[in-house]
Design a protein around this ligand. Structure first.
Ligand code: DGL
Length: 274
């Protein structure tokens, strides 16, 4: 039985460390709220898992955040947003609880970035196969052509903190070449996985300078600011003491060490069983 506390922290969920790239921006834009970050590091990557598994894992983590008092949870994970968000929203939400994803804010605003109307989407296998970006972008902006490429090695690189170096550079270079080979007119690349901004220096290094690289963090943070303005009934149920808590389903010491690098500040983390 999930208790609905009157006020609670905002929950931020990802399969691992990637959601920290989103959380960092949300915290900068909205420093007054309380937050609980939950990384399912024990079961990352989600991107190569079947629909049913991503749905079950995501649902279990979201419900854990509800149990911890969150009334609003952000899926800071494209794979979970692509494969689990709608089902959770339609079938599973207890009264007074809300879940938001990260695909809509990016797809809505993409026309502001492309001049050629040719956009590349770099994402996990799960997100690419779901076609969520193609479907959503075409719905909002039918004039835009979407080219997709899955980068299954990128999330493991980030989770192992191999975000620099020659070997990682070669992997990134190969994937960038594969997507750009789909159209010479691509002028914008969406990093449609929240882990990928942590590889940004390597991605930039292997991408021609005229191509824009679009991480999602700021877009998502801005979209949350707008959402809370438009939904005072949700906003008024978010507690405001500027507290942050971090939980991982893996080793907490390892999480603290890497999160300090990825989040840009020292964090205290605790293990949680899901
Ligand atoms: N960070 C996640 C995303 O945005 C998923 C990574 C994974 O677990 O494969 O898609």
């Amino acid at each position: 039985m999930i208790a609905t506390a009157e006020h609670g922290p905002i929950g931020i969920f990802d399969s691992g460390f990637g959601g920290l790239t989103v959380f960092r921006e949300i915290k900068n834009a909205l420093p007054m709220y309380d937050y609980i970050y939950l990384g399912d590091n024990a079961r990352v990557p989600y991107g190569t898992r079947p629909f049913e598994e991503v749905y079950e894992f995501t649902k279990a983590c979201v419900f854990k955040l509800f149990e911890m008092g969150c009334n609003l949870v952000i899926l800071a994970c494209n794979t979970a947003s692509a494969k689990a968000l709608r089902t959770i929203q339609q079938n599973d939400l207890p009264p007074g609880k809300k879940v938001l994803g990260v695909i809509r804010p990016t797809t809505e605003s993409i026309h502001q970035y492309t001049k050629t109307n040719k956009v590349g989407v770099l994402a996990t296998q799960g997100t690419v196969l779901s076609e969520s970006y193609k479907i959503e972008i075409t719905k909002f902006h039918p004039e835009i052509n979407v080219y997709q490429h899955a980068c299954p090695q990128w999330v493991p690189l980030v989770e192992r903190n191999e975000i620099t170096g020659e070997k990682s550079g070669e992997i990134v270079e190969k994937d960038i070449q594969s997507i750009l080979a789909q159209s010479p007119e691509i002028d914008t690349l969406i990093l449609a996985c929240t882990h990928y901004p942590l590889l940004l220096p390597l991605i930039r290094q292997h991408t021609p300078a005229h191509i824009k690289i679009l991480p999602q963090g700021e877009l998502i943070a801005q979209s949350l600011v707008d959402y809370l303005n438009r939904h005072p009934e949700v906003e008024s149920r978010c507690s405001k003491n500027s507290n942050m808590q971090f939980y991982t389903t893996e080793n907490a010491d390892d999480f603290e060490e890497k999160a300090a690098i990825f989040f840009g500040e020292k964090v205290h983390a605790a293990y949680i069983a899901i």
